[in-house]
Ligand binder design. Structure first.
Ligand code: ZN
Length: 528
C-alpha cells in the first residue's frame, strides 16, 4: 500500500480491528486518489492487512507466527470491550495486528456495508436496469446518494476512537479531512454506471438518479442525541423522522466528546445486517415551454374551473394547450402561468397573451424546432376555441421576462358598451380627447374572495369611442396592465372612481370585451 505512510499504520490497525472495511480505512487515512477505492474489495483488504502486519518492531517474525490466535483473542476482547464501554469502562488500546477476514466480509461498523456491497459492477448493473426501465431520454446523469443519518454518528465514534488510540501527534488530520462516505461511494460507482449506461456522469446534468440506503437495525443509534441537544431535532413537514442527516450533524458538532463517549460505544458495535436499498429513483429537471395564445370563445375559462370538485366548464385554455404537451414530453405534471388573465367571457385577440408552462419530470427532453412547430400545429388543430403561436422551449431564467415590469406594461381592449340614456354621436365624441386618465380601483367585489382589499391607482392611456346606435357604442381602450375594465365601465358600486358612468352622466354597462393586445415582448416571435 504505497499510498499509506508509516504514520498511517496505527490508524489502519485500530480501524481494521474495530471492524471497519478497507475503504473506510482509506477514508480515515485521507487517501484522495480515486482509483485506490476502485480496487476490488478482496485486494484492498489483503493490501491493508499486509500493511498493518508489517511490523516495525524487532520481534516482528515471532509476532507474525503467533498471529492467528492473537487476532482472534483480540477481536473477542474488542467485542467485550464494546459491551463494557456502555457502562462507562475506559477503552483499551487496540493497536494489535488485525485478523484476516474471511470470504464474506463482516458488515463494516461505519459505512454499514455501503462501501462493501453496493459499489461493485453487479450493483451498477442493477441500478442501470432500474434507470433503463424508467424510460427517460437523457445524455448524461447525476447520481445522488442518501445515507442513513446514523452513519454520521458511527463516523464520529470511529473518529474519536482513532483520536484516542493513535493520539493527536500521529493523527494530525482534522475530521474535515476524512474523505466522506458519499464522495468515496461516487468515486467507485460513477465510472461503473457510466459504462453501463453509456453516458457521462455530470454534476450539472438535469437527469438525476437517486439511491437511498436505510438500515433499520441501527436506527436507534441517533436517539441519544435528542436528549443532549433537543433543539437540534424539531419535527418538520415532509420528514418522517426528526433524525435527519443535517440535524444529526448539527448535534454532533455541539456534543462534548466525553458526553458522546459515555452514551455511544467507540468503536461502534458490529451490525448483524447490511444496509437496504430503499429506493432507486429517477427525476428529470423541469422543462419550460412558452408561447402566446388567442382565445376565441366566451365560454372558456383560462384555467380548469372546478368548484367543490364539480367542473363548471368542460375545458380551459390551460388544458387545451397542455394536454398535447404532457403527452409528447411524457411529463408527470405541469404549472401554467401567463401574463395576466382574461375572464371566461372575454376573448383574447391580436397577437395573443404570453404564457409559459413548466413541465415536471419530463421523460423526453430534446426536441428540434421542427418538432415544436408540429406540436403547435397539433394544438391548433385540436380546437377552434384557441390558437397558439411562437411556441418554443425556454430557460427557467427567461420566464421572469413574462412577469417582470408587468405593472408598467400596457394592454389594449375593445368593449361593447350599453347606455341607459339615449345617445347621439356628439355625446361620445368628447371621449376621444381623454388622455392619461387616472382612476382609483378598489379591489372588485367579484375577485374580493381571492385578492386582498386595496385601492390601486391605474391609468387609462387613451380612449376612443365609435357610435353604433342610440344605446350602444364601441369603446377602444389602451390601459396600464392590471386595470379592471368591466369595473371602469359600470363603476362597481362606486368602487372604481371616476368611472364611465361618471363621464357619461348615465348608467353604462359592458356587454362584450375583447383583449386586443398584451404588450409584453416575450417570448420572442417565431417566423412561420
Ligand atoms: Zn466501511
Amino acid at each position: 500500500m504505497h499510498l499509506l505512510k508509516e504514520k498511517d499504520k496505527p490508524v489502519v490497525r485500530v480501524l481494521l480491528n474495530a471492524g471497519c472495511c478497507p475503504r473506510c480505512v482509506l477514508r480515515f487515512c485521507c487517501v484522495g486518489l480515486q482509483s485506490t477505492y476502485r480496487q476490488s474489495y478482496k485486494d484492498l483488504m489483503k493490501e491493508l492487512t499486509d500493511f498493518a502486519r508489517e511490523c516495525n518492531k524487532p520481534n516482528a517474525e515471532t509476532e507474525e507466527e503467533n498471529d492467528p490466535p492473537c487476532k482472534k483473542m483480540k477481536l473477542e476482547e474488542t467485542e467485550d470491550f464494546v459491551e463494557s464501554d456502555k457502562n462507562g469502562t475506559v477503552t483499551k488500546p487496540t493497536q494489535e495486528c488485525p485478523t484476516v477476514q474471511k470470504d464474506e466480509p463482516k458488515t463494516c461498523v461505519v459505512c454499514l456495508g455501503v462501501l462493501q456491497h453496493f459499489c461493485d459492477k453487479d450493483f451498477a448493473k442493477k441500478m442501470s436496469r432500474v434507470v433503463e426501465s424508467a424510460n427517460y431520454q437523457f445524455s448524461s446523469l447525476v447520481i445522488s446518494v442518501s445515507l442513513p443519518a446514523q452513519l454520521s454518528v458511527r463516523e464520529h465514534a470511529a473518529w474519536l476512537l482513532v483520536k484516542q488510540e493513535v493520539g493527536q501527534q500521529d493523527f494530525s488530520s482534522g475530521k474535515d479531512d476524512v474523505i466522506q462516505i458519499k464522495e468515496a461511494y461516487k468515486w467507485i460507482i460513477h465510472p461503473l454506471i457510466s459504462e453501463e449506461l453509456g453516458v457521462p456522469v455530470d454534476g450539472k446534468s438535469p437527469f438525476e438518479v437517486s439511491v437511498a440506503f436505510t438500515h433499520s437495525e441501527t436506527d436507534g443509534d441517533c436517539h441519544f442525541l435528542a436528549s443532549i441537544c433537543s433543539t437540534c431535532f424539531k419535527p418538520a413537514k415532509n420528514k418522517q423522522s426528526v433524525f435527519t442527516r443535517m440535524a444529526v450533524i448539527k448535534a454532533l458538532e455541539k456534543i462534548k466528546e466525553e458526553d458522546f463517549r459515555k452514551q455511544f460505544s467507540c468503536p461502534p458495535n458490529s451490525p448483524e445486517t447490511k444496509c437496504d436499498v430503499q429506493d432507486i429513483q429517477c427525476l428529470h429537471a423541469p422543462l419550460y415551454v412558452a408561447g402566446r395564445y388567442n382565445k376565441y370563445s366566451r365560454t372558456l375559462p383560462q384555467t380548469p374551473w372546478v368548484i367543490d370538485g364539480e367542473r363548471k366548464m368542460e375545458s380551459s385554455v390551460e388544458e387545451l394547450i397542455s394536454e398535447p404537451l404532457l403527452a409528447v414530453f411524457r411529463a408527470g405534471g405541469l404549472n401554467f402561468s401567463s401574463s395576466g388573465r382574461e375572464d371566461v367571457d372575454v376573448r383574447t385577440l391580436g397577437n395573443g397573451r404570453p404564457f409559459a408552462i413548466e413541465l415536471l419530470n419530463p421523460h423526453r427532453a430534446t426536441f428540434t424546432k421542427e418538432e415544436i412547430k408540429n406540436l403547435q400545429q397539433t394544438i391548433n388543430k385540436s380546437s377552434d376555441k384557441i390558437k397558439v403561436r411562437d411556441l418554443q422551449i425556454v430557460t427557467r431564467e427567461a420566464m421572469v421576462h413574462m412577469k417582470e415590469g408587468e405593472e408598467g406594461k400596457t394592454k389594449c381592449y375593445n368593449a361593447l358598451i350599453w347606455t341607459e340614456k339615449a345617445i347621439k354621436t356628439s355625446d361620445i365624441e368628447f371621449i376621444n380627447n381623454i388622455k392619461e386618465f387616472k382612476i382609483d380601483q378598489k379591489t372588485p367585489l367579484r375577485v374580493l374572495h381571492r385578492r386582498p382589499l386595496a385601492v390601486r391607482p391605474r391609468i387609462i392611456h387613451t380612449m376612443r369611442a365609435e357610435f353604433l346606435d342610440e344605446h350602444h357604442f364601441r369603446l377602444y381602450l389602451k390601459t396600464q396592465a392590471g386595470t379592471y375594465i368591466k369595473e371602469f365601465v359600470h363603476g362597481d358600486f362606486g368602487r372604481t372612481k371616476p368611472n364611465l358612468c361618471n363621464l357619461m352622466s348615465t348608467v353604462t354597462d359592458i356587454l362584450e370585451l375583447d383583449v386586443e393586445s398584451v404588450d409584453v415582448d416575450w417570448p420572442p416571435a417565431i417566423e412561420d
